[in-house]
Design a protein around this ligand. Structure first.
Ligand code: COA
Length: 322
């Protein structure tokens, strides 16, 4: 199994820290120093499923015959906390659009969303990896697509400055050699009050925006990411010095600096693009991967760790030999 292609959709509208200064009581200096974020993208008009579909179309540009790829694809998973609907799933909507766009006779069949907040992409990879292993088909499409601009409270300076919109997609391909060396996946639902988004219909809630106790989440994120990265290295018997890149979920530059110190993987090996996109939740790893891929940073045989932490709490890491 390996990742054989990736794609992305990046909304065109840029919201800078200076723009945010006009909306809430904040400053470019505070946001930059406390988070590493300079700007983020906002998708005003289009839905999460639209962004996901565009990311897949972008991915399929890598192939001469996209129809053939799609007809040999077992399914589609969309990792998202901001779906268009509770149902149909975002993945089903994307599948419907792909059938129309590529005139598919035999479309991907196993289509569903995964809701694991910022860890959703790793959870989805883990699901797709295991489903594809036991199938006759050759491919699986895994997408992270998020539109947090719709669920943050634009009057709450402690959260609205953090998030952005976007989508990334990867093609998982069954190969003779398994390039996935290990997964580490976990969850702990005991502290759900620290980070949550109420569902419409929850009578006890005054609004349905994201709520977070940032400071407490920060500390748990650092400890959990450290542990998860070290777990995945241990499982594969690989040392921190052997790692070429870490492609982390992009939540806060200070979290990544601390994780780098604690795991002894130098910060230069962390691929960081948080300054441009902020926290795009389940989309952040595939968006970062796409950028690293396009810049030709990841070479054959490089050992790369993906790692994420998010609401639930959930977390996950995987170690891949590219
Ligand atoms: N601009 C200016 N001041 C701000 C601010 C903003 N946007 N947001 C908060 N502040 C203020 C607070 O009101 C507080 O002021 P006080 O000391 O007068 O009470 C002060 O800054 C410090 O607040 P605190 O929440 O302790 O800041 P912090 O250093 O922890 O940074 C976060 C806040 C949200 C950036 C940080 O906690 C974080 O990134 N947490 C984890 C986020 C995360 O990973 N979430 C998703 C998991 S994937």
């Amino acid at each position: 199994m390996r990742i054989s292609a990736c794609g992305a959709y990046i909304p065109s509208e840029v919201l800078t820290n200076f723009d945010l200064e006009k909306i809430v009581d904040t400053s470019d200096k505070w946001i930059t120093e406390r988070t590493g974020i300079k700007e983020r993208r906002i998708e005003k008009d289009k839905s999460t499923s639209f962004m996901a579909f565009e990311a897949v179309k972008n991915l399929l540009k890598n192939f001469k015959n996209p129809k053939e790829i799609l007809e040999n694809t077992l399914g589609i998973i969309v990792a998202t906390s901001t779906p268009d609907y509770l149902f149909p799933s975002t993945a089903c909507i994307v599948q419907g659009e792909l059938i129309k766009e590529y005139k598919l006779d035999n479309p991907p069949q196993v289509c569903f969303d995964v809701l694991a907040a910022c860890s959703g992409f790793i959870y989805s990879l883990y699901n797709a990896y295991n489903l594809l292993k036991n199938s006759e088909k050759k491919y699986f499409i895994v997408i992270g697509s998020e539109r947090y601009s719709k669920i943050v409270n634009w009057e709450d300076r402690s959260t609205c400055i953090l998030f952005g919109d976007g989508a990334g997609a990867v093609l998982l391909e069954k190969t003779e050699k398994d390039h996935f060396l290990a997964f580490d996946i976990g969850s702990d639902g005991r502290q759900k009050h620290l980070l949550y988004v109420p569902c419409v219909g929850q009578d006890s809630e005054k609004n349905y925006f994201l709520k977070m106790k940032g400071n407490e989440v920060f500390k748990i994120a650092v400890r959990t990411l450290e542990k998860s990265i070290l777990n995945v290295l241990k499982k594969a018997n690989v040392s921190p010095e052997e790692i070429s890149y870490v492609i982390p979920h992009q939540a806060n530059i200070r979290i990544l600096k601390l994780v780098s110190e604690r795991t002894k993987i130098p910060l230069e090996k962390f691929f960081i693009n948080i300054e441009k996109f902020g926290n795009t939740s389940a989309a952040s790893i595939p968006l970062a991967l796409k950028e690293a891929w396009d810049k030709n940073l990841i070479k054959k045989d490089d050992l790369v760790v993906f790692t994420a932490f998010g609401g639930g709490f959930t977390w996950g890491s995987t170690l891949i030999r590219f």
